[in-house]
Design a protein around this ligand. Structure first.
Ligand code: ZN
Length: 150
């Protein structure tokens, strides 16, 4: 179990130190920002959406290791997925980090996102882990508003 935890932490640290998909992707046509005042995390998610598919995703922002790694892994996870699949993924991810049912979700196609399962033991960190996801959903709704975890 501790080996697994170390592996999970190393994935998060890797994505914190070397975030994937930073910046604005080509063809970006949706964006939204999110703030987590409790921790000081800020993120803006950029999406290139066409034919109800997320063709590309990127992000800008600054924050703690959890929020940066979450944005990085999220942009990887949603690229090439239909909007319906992205919505399902969001719900599964939220369940993973907020409920005990998350243990089930880990085996249910979350892939690398499962590294955030440990976050549910730290309620304050849940907001860090879900910030980019809330911004992403806001962008998809074309609301373009800044979402806050508070
Ligand atoms: Zn944070």
């Amino acid at each position: 179990m501790s080996e697994l935890r170390e592996l999970y932490q190393s994935v998060i640290l890797d994505h914190h130190r070397h975030p994937r998909n930073q910046g604005v992707p080509e063809g970006a046509n949706r964006k939204a920002s999110g703030v987590n005042p409790l921790c000081g995390d800020k993120v803006t998610v950029h999406l290139a959406v066409a034919d109800d598919v997320v063709r590309a995703a990127g992000f800008e922002g600054s924050g703690c290791a959890i929020s940066t790694a979450s944005a990085s892994l999220m942009t990887q996870a949603i690229q090439g997925r239909s909007l319906a699949e992205v919505e399902r993924l969001f719900k599964r991810f939220r369940e993973l980090v907020t409920s005990k049912a998350g243990a089930e979700a880990e085996r249910d196609g979350l892939g690398k996102l499962a590294v955030f399962g440990g976050v549910r033991e730290f309620p304050v960190r849940v907001k860090c882990a879900t910030l980019a996801w809330h911004a992403m959903r806001s962008a998809l709704r074309a609301a373009g508003e800044t979402v806050s975890t508070e």
